[in-house]
Design a protein around this ligand. Sequence first.
Ligand SMILES: [Zn+2]
Length: 258
Amino acid sequence: MKFLAPLLISFMTINAHAFTLNNSAKLVFSQDEVTVNVAGGFCNNIGISDTEFLSIVGDAVDQFWNKAPTSRLKLRQGQIVNLATAYHTDLICTAGTNCTPNPAIAVASDILVTCNNNTTNFSSSSILGVTIPNNISGNTILGSIVMINDTAATQFDTKSRAEKVAIIAHELGHAFGLGHSPVEDSLMYYATVTSRVALGADDISGISYLYPKQQPISGCGTVDMSGKGPSTWPGLFIGFSIIGLAELFRKKKVKLYT
Ligand SMILES: [Zn+2]
């Protein structure tokens, strides 16, 4: 039984996350900053202006993914871009059981969010968005496309602004490499994201796994045994001092009022 505890602990450590990747190849952007642009002039059925669409994208970036403290990836709100009608009308994948990205709508770089009215992409009105990295070199994502359901039957237009922000944030997660999380309290949970207002712990684990923040080391990573202590000691002392002072005042208070 003795060896079971360490085994269990290591198993729990290895399986501490539940996030998945949106592919088996661990595709990631190579750069630390990825811009999210919006295709202009295509959102006919969901009834929002290009400017509002870009604003929603900006909030999706700021309120969700850029708040992951342990990830080096920063998403930037881009601009409204003019593109061929194919981005509004075409299939996201060419025919086949496995999705081969449609080369006619390859995104040259970064992430593009576009309204799309293709009823094969959106076979159900409840599908609000579809996303795929569609310009890849080896294991590197060069460009990804996010399509928002702009068919006549779309339900995207029935959502509140906050819900639209969360939906696009969810799709952005797919665009930079994440799959779905089985953890319900996650932006990347597969089902409804209508009540999401912030990243869940599993979302932060996922983005940090794909885009770990580099920890700068000044000099060697040594442990100081000299007795002078590392820089955290003064903070600890201050902390103890505050506690000590508080205790002193508390005692004085007791004296005064009893
Ligand atoms: Zn999804």
